[in-house]
Ligand binder design. Structure first.
Ligand SMILES: [Zn+2]
Length: 558
């Protein structure tokens, strides 16, 4: 708390132009009129924005739809009104991008053969699900052998390599989900790192030259039950158009039971294989079983766009460095009716509330009498719900060098249940952004927590991850579950109830009972954090040894 006061005083000193011989110890802080500027952050302003974004007129903001276009136009207009310049040159506030819709026809039965010609087959949906890894009219696997590769991880910084140089070109890999979790010294213990995400598994399989990968699903290792995998992998999947990157033909998931059956058929015991994978000495185990598939794939190209506006910094030496405020703008459009017959997926909390937060922070920053030293970019990525596509596209086609991106403060969901004593940092323990935030949280008389389900890997499931991946220190935080004047467990209950009834459903809409008082406090934190980072002498850094540190050091060195 004390340090914040000192920082405040010294920065006020600096801004009033009396810093004389400069003050290298100043690491950032809030200008004198920050409090006055923050007066634009109110519950009614936030609600008004959510009401616009989540209105039926926006038709659920499905990627590539008319609702998508209307939402983007609305956001651009809000950015312009707040004094933010178009971030994408001749394209104005929009960065157009193509997406490919991939629909894979999986067989009802998936057959495997051993060396003696015996067969076993597994049932679609009940035992396996998946999709094409290629954007071709067919995904083809021709008599490829299955190889168990444990966690399928290659991580030099953990001195871990499940492949040991084994040639797995043309094989179908069978992999465990998650990352090693039994030792706090290994892969951050129970906390899931990117190595533990299914996306990583398919990427590394492609990099190693495999033709397919099967992830063994368990509720514990995935963080969610089998039906969630089923919903996620059924129907059309949107992707960015394929580039030069290596790809596998088939991305598959298999239930634990089915995997057990398959492995047993191959003459192995799943538990024994899992046990052997829990060691640095593990080597791939060929299963002596082959499979062939020829899957018809329907492809459809469609367009969407990221939206962004930029407020140029006031310090000529630092204005090229940019602090990002991000919040995805897409949702699921118009779809299957729920039990009330509603077909519009309004996406009020996901992600209307988050966009409202980003807009409020943007407005508070532009209400300051003097612009922050660094530039601020408000960024609304497209197609997040389709796998972070918009932020992935932007970070692969950035408007500045990644080394000039100071930080990303991402907003995702938010608090509609009133004030909390705690603030949750997702994937806590990653960067110095957390040190700044912790001080600001303490100033509010609140405390910091990490999410209660570290295995779920939430850090990798919203747009902050796209920034982290190119090395940019990135953070996602929001109110925790310790609600003021509510009994213990009440917050968890509200949240779980909402997930069950409203998450990714038409009923995610604005309700009369919403209480945005806690959200207002979070927006103040977002504003103060963005401002502190924008005004600090140095950009934030990953904590030493973080999984994204090397990427950052490389970006800064370029
Ligand atoms: Zn979302």
């Amino acid at each position: 708390m004390k340090r914040v006061v000192i920082v405040l005083l010294s920065l006020g000193f600096l801004i009033s132009g009396c810093n004389g011989g400069a003050s290298p110890s100043v690491q950032g802080g809030l200008p004198d009129d920050a409090g006055a500027a923050a007066e634009v952050i109110t519950a009614s302003a936030l609600l008004e924005t959510v009401n616009e974004i989540a209105s039926d007129e926006m038709m659920g903001r499905g990627p590539g739809t008319e609702g998508d276009r209307l939402a983007r136009a609305y956001l651009a207009q809000r950015l312009e009104a707040a004094g933010y310049a178009p971030a994408f040159g001749e394209n104005g506030y929009e960065q157009p991008m193509s997406m490919v819709g991939v629909t894979t026809e999986l067989p009802k039965k998936w057959a495997f053969r051993d060396a003696k010609g015996r067969r076993i087959s597994l049932d679609r949906a009940d035992e396996f699900i998946g999709g094409s890894g290629v954007q071709h009219p067919a995904a083809v696997i021709d008599n490829a052998e299955l190889v168990f590769v444990g966690y399928g991880i290659t991580a030099p910084e953990e001195d871990w390599d499940d492949y040991k140089g084994t040639d797995i070109e043309g094989k179908v890999l069978v992999m465990l989900n998650d990352d090693p979790d039994w030792d706090p010294e290994l892969f951050a213990g129970e906390r899931r790192l990117y190595y533990g995400r299914w996306k990583y598994k398919y990427e590394i399989a492609a990099e190693k030259g495999a033709v397919g990968a099967i992830i063994v699903h368990t509720s514990l290792s995935a963080g969610y039950p089998w039906p969630v995998v089923l919903t996620g992998w059924s129907g059309e999947q949107f992707e960015l158009p394929a580039g030069e990157e290596p790809r596998i033909q088939l991305k598959a998931w298999m239930t634990e039971e089915a995997s057990r059956r398959l492995v047993e058929f191959a003459g192995h015991d799943l538990d024994a294989l899992i046990e052997s994978a829990r060691s640095r000495d593990f080597s791939p185990v060929p299963l002596g079983v082959t499979t062939s598939l020829d899957l018809p794939v329907a492809l459809r190209e469609t367009e969407t766009a990221n939206v962004g506006g930029i407020l140029r910094g006031s310090d000529p030496d630092l204005a090229d460095e940019v602090v990002f405020l991000s919040a995805h703008h897409d949702y699921f459009g118009i779809g299957a009716p729920d039990e009330t017959g509603d077909t519009i997926y309004n996406g009020a909390l996901d992600n209307g509330v988050a966009m409202a937060q980003a807009i409020s922070v943007a407005e508070a920053i532009s209400a300051l009498s003097e612009r922050p030293r660094r530039s601020v970019m408000v960024f609304f990525p497209a197609a997040e719900e389709q796998g972070l596509l918009g932020s992935k596209y932007y970070t692969e086609h950035p408007t500045m060098h990644p080394g000039k991106m100071a930080a990303d403060i991402n907003f995702e969901l938010g608090n509609i249940w009133g004030r909390t004593a705690d603030v949750t940092i997702f994937g806590k323990g990653k960067s110095t952004l957390e040190d700044i935030l912790a001080e600001l949280v303490a100033e509010q008389g609140r405390y910091v927590t990490s999410e209660s389900t570290p295995r779920s890997g939430w850090y990798y499931r919203s747009d902050q991850f796209s920034f982290a991946r190119i090395g940019v220190p990135a953070i996602w935080f929001k109110s925790g579950t310790d609600f003021i004047d509510r009994p213990e467990g009440w917050g968890e209950q509200q949240y779980a109830g909402w997930i069950e009834r409203n998450y990714h459903r038409p009923s995610d809409q604005v309700e009369d009972w919403w209480n945005l008082e806690g959200l207002v406090e979070d927006v103040h934190l977002g504003f103060q954090l963005a401002l502190t980072v924008a005004n600090a002498d140095e950009m934030p850094t990953w904590y030493p040894g973080d999984e994204f540190e090397d990427e950052r050091l490389a970006a800064l060195a370029e």
